[in-house]
Design a protein around this ligand. Structure first.
Ligand SMILES: Cc1ncc(COP(=O)(O)O)c(C=O)c1O
Length: 291
């Protein structure tokens, strides 16, 4: 059984998916005609408005377009029974669009174009909505250097902190960086830095690649090696798609159900690190008893 995916206007979406997939509305009639000639079983229509779509109208327009394709299908001899409204629903509380508003727009459009008596089954493919806020990524600052860059206009030199952390663009930030969707981190030990002046900062991953820049030119407190940074809402398109270049391990996953989880999590991670180091020291002593 086949579903015909139609193209959407995803020009305002963060993650554009419609260059790659989706039939133009100019092509659907031809495609369905050929499908009919080939005796293919096309059962409905799908679309995806693009990830991080900021406009509820995108769903309304797409549902209305899908209805047109249903009508074309009927004229050609199909009896479609499925509408798949894809994903694109927000998954973090900071999103510019509210899930409830999307639901309202979708309900109105379905009521108009696919009322209950049309007996069309409507499904969705929520991705980010299910997991976006489920994961906070906590990284450790493993190295730091301060460089001084000349400012041509003022003739002065400006300091920039380059922070190197133990996850990067070839890890959890791979897709997020590609789509310019890296959240701003919070410093877990923020209290100590209250009131201190912020510094120009760039945050780098641990690999040898010059592309491994997670965030450039941001203003942050003067962070020391050993500090922990928390990136919230990293559940979608994060660690799950990490390519792992240079062989760095993927971050460990810890379950926590406490709203204070980043602070607690840092304690868990620190403890684990200490225990691992202790264990390693123990092994080293056993392997090299003379040391
Ligand atoms: C076909 C399809 N369905 C659903 C999704 C999930 O999208 P989102 O995370 O925007 O809800 C994607 C994401 O790429 C997709 O390609």
């Amino acid at each position: 059984r086949l579903i015909l995916r139609i193209v959407c206007d995803d020009s305002s979406a963060l993650y554009k998916l419609n260059y790659q997939f989706g039939a133009s509305l100019h092509d659907t009639r031809h495609l369905l005609t050929v499908a009919r000639q080939l005796n293919l079983d096309v059962i409905g229509v799908s679309f995806h408005v693009g990830g991080g779509c900021p406009e509820v109208d995108a769903w309304s327009v797409a549902i209305s377009n899908a209805k047109r394709v249903f009508e074309e299908g009927a004229e050609i001899g199909f009896s479609f029974s499925l509408l798949d409204i894809g994903g694109g629903f927000p998954g973090e509380p900071t999103a510019h669009i509210h899930f409830d508003d999307i639901c309202d727009a979708v309900s109105v459009a379905l009521e108009e174009h696919f009322p209950a008596d049309s007996r069309v089954r409507v499904i969705a493919e929520p991705g980010r909505y299910m997991v976006g806020s489920a994961l906070t990524l906590v990284v450790n600052v493993i190295a730091k250097r301060t460089v001084f860059c000349g400012n041509d206009e003022t003739g002065t030199k400006e300091a920039e902190n380059m922070l190197y952390v133990n996850d990067g663009v070839f890890g959890s930030f791979f897709i997020r960086k590609l789509y310019n969707d890296v959240p701003f981190p919070t410093l877990l030990e923020a209290v100590e830095d209250e009131g201190k002046e912020k510094c120009r900062t760039s945050i780098w991953g641990p690999t040898c690649a010059g592309l491994d820049c997670i965030l450039a030119d941001v203003m942050m407190p003067d962070v020391d090696v050993g500090s922990w940074l928390a990136f919230e809402n990293m559940g979608a398109y994060g660690v799950v798609v990490a390519p792992g270049f240079n062989g760095f391990p993927k971050p460990s996953l810890y379950l926590a159900s406490d709203p204070e989880k980043p602070r607690r999590l840092s304690e868990v991670v620190k403890k684990e690190k200490e225990e691992k180091e202790k264990e390693e020291r123990g092994t080293a002593v056993q392997e090299h008893p003379s040391h």
